[in-house]
Design a protein around this ligand. Structure first.
Ligand SMILES: [Zn+2]
Length: 172
């Protein structure tokens, strides 16, 4: 029976070295386009080159593995503005971020809404979502969120605590 009180033995208990952690499953994502509208002038700008970035996502608890998104994306050049820009991938993560929006919002909710200390939130993310986030990174996210983000988040979140975690698990 699945439930909030379900006991899941943690095979990572006692692991202290990052290199001993389970290897992530790589999921490929593409944001690679021949043209994209320039964010400054709207001109349809040709692809200049194709590059990749890795984003840490919420992992697979049952498979006991982290998930990394390998995003292949195009970089474009606008000849009108003489600027380079990346294909739109704001749905996945912030520019230059190493974690997906899903990880950031989960971490911030654990601290702001569930009241967990940063270190506990970091451990919780690893134990229940197989994503390793240093506690100082979580602290940066929470402090960057500020009052504006906090108010917006409260309206978006449908449930709290165990009910929400259970719902996330059931989807897998
Ligand atoms: Zn332009």
């Amino acid at each position: 029976m699945d439930g909030p009180g379900e006991y899941l033995p943690d095979v990572t208990e006692g692991i202290t070295r990052v290199e001993d952690l389970p290897k992530p499953r790589i999921i490929e994502r593409s944001r690679n386009y021949p043209r994209q509208p320039c964010p400054a002038c709207g001109h349809s700008a040709y692809r200049d080159q194709v590059v990749t970035r890795i984003l840490h996502d919420l992992g697979e608890l049952k498979a006991n593995r982290p998930i990394d998104l390998k995003v292949t994306y195009s970089q474009h050049y606008c000849s009108h503005c003489d600027i380079y820009f990346n294909a739109d991938m704001d749905d996945l993560a912030l520019p230059k971020a190493r974690y997906t929006h899903r990880v950031v919002s989960m971490a911030v909710r654990l601290v702001v809404e569930d009241g967990l200390p940063y270190r506990t939130a970091s451990w919780h993310l690893w134990r229940d979502h197989r994503v390793f986030v240093p506690f100082a990174t979580i602290q940066n996210w929470v402090e960057a969120g500020g009052k504006k983000g906090r108010a917006a988040r409260r309206h978006r979140v449908p449930g709290r605590g165990a009910g929400r975690l259970q719902r996330v698990r059931r989807r897998r």
